[in-house]
Design a protein around this ligand. Sequence first.
Ligand code: NAP
Length: 477
Amino acid sequence: MNTPGTVERPLCIAVIGSGPSGFYAAEALLKAPNVTVRVDVFDRLPTPFGLVRGGVAPDHQKIKAVTAIYEKVASDPRVRFFGNVKLGRDLSVEDLRARYDQIIYAVGCESDRPMGIPGEALDGSFAATDLVGWYNGHPDHRHHRLDLSCEAVAIVGIGNVAMDVARILTQDAELLAKTDAPSYAVDALRSSRIKRVYLLGRRGPVQAAFSPKEIEEIGEIERASLTVTNEDLLLDDVSKPGLIDPRVRKNYEYLSTVVRRSGGAKDRRIILRFCVSPVALIGSAGRVEAITLERNELIPDGNGGVTARGTGRLETLDGIGLVFRAVGYRGIPLPGVPFDDRAGHIANVEGRVATANEVVVPGEYVVGWAKRGPSGVLGTNRADSIATVQAMLADLKKITAADRSVDPSPEATPRLLAARGVKSVDFAQWKTLDKIELTRGVEHGKVREKFTRVEDMLAALHMTEPLSPVDGAMSAD
Ligand code: NAP
């Protein structure tokens, strides 16, 4: 039996997506004993690193330093990077099946969940992902027109994305000026007139999704005071047992200190509210200007958890110019790949792609948020990717080189892309972009000045004509 994975016939693997979970999967494959692998990592953008570049907040530079690990993986001669290659546009799943023994989808959750309430489509109502992409210079999000001239903003949801958004909107913009946040975002945040940010949790402090470190960071923002009322911290009988969890207890104890301290003379306020759900956004002339909230009570959900139930008691927060829904991410279906619509990610059984009735699709796997939904921190994806790679290696015994008519030639993919006129960007070219960004960063006294348009990246690599004006510290138009 001729199983791929030898020096003569390496196991050919395509990883779709170059974010943390994709690179952790590639890393695990490189470390697999007694298997010779060849790993091609694809990304729809010319730049690698997914959410680390486009999602992690720019004031969390230490977290972004994790890219050093991914660089090491990408520099291994067994790994190639194909940036600016999009599955579904430049390549089909069939193309991959014809060239790779195994395929790993590491595409994350690129869309957001709607709140499903009236007024959600008003101007000024955004997904948190829009703002996150905007302040990270993501090519898909640089265009958003965020009117920061309003006084009050509502953020729906109190997970760590909501914490990032609240922090970025209220801290001194000068703290971002030295980071890799694009200059257009720093300039807009400098002239922001936002004074109040409401953080709206539908359940109570015990059920809050934020982590202790993140809420403490919110409480320590120099320019903004965090407020939470004593009434909001009163626990009902369904919530009290939750305090046994050390994370929950830490959150609760911290919030108790926040209640006791005075707000001081800071010019911005973050108002944390519990047990409220938005029921409508109210606007005039197509723009959001208020949000109606319903007070919730907490009840057992029948599965050992706690859920929110509306009480019918309504209140309206007026003067709201922007609403960000930070109620969770959702995957976007890939053409030809089974999708679990209810869960919002690729359908799979423990990392093996599977149809709705759990019939496994041979040779296809999934990692990260695309596998389990948007949960956990960056490191969670490492163990998760290792688990999927173990499944892949276990399945190896089941495939022979003759099973699938795979063309294992290293030239098979570059040939196809060239024939289709796809301008793919390799890792050395990314390093050229990286160097330009870092140099521009030095010129502007910051970590880096990112390219925020794909066209400008390709022009800088002399692959296309430059757009005018050339990207950089320019406005986001
Ligand atoms: P999340 O942690 O799941 O939080 C979602 C929030 O939205 C929860 O407060 C949830 O409330 C609320 N929500 C959901 N549906 C709602 C609805 N219909 N109406 C009102 N509220 C609703 O998700 P996330 O904040 O998007 O974060 C995703 C993952 O990335 C998490 O694992 C997070 O820790 C991670 N992350 C980490 C960092 C960091 O480490 N600094 C930064 C950003 C993100 P319920 O709890 O009641 O469902």
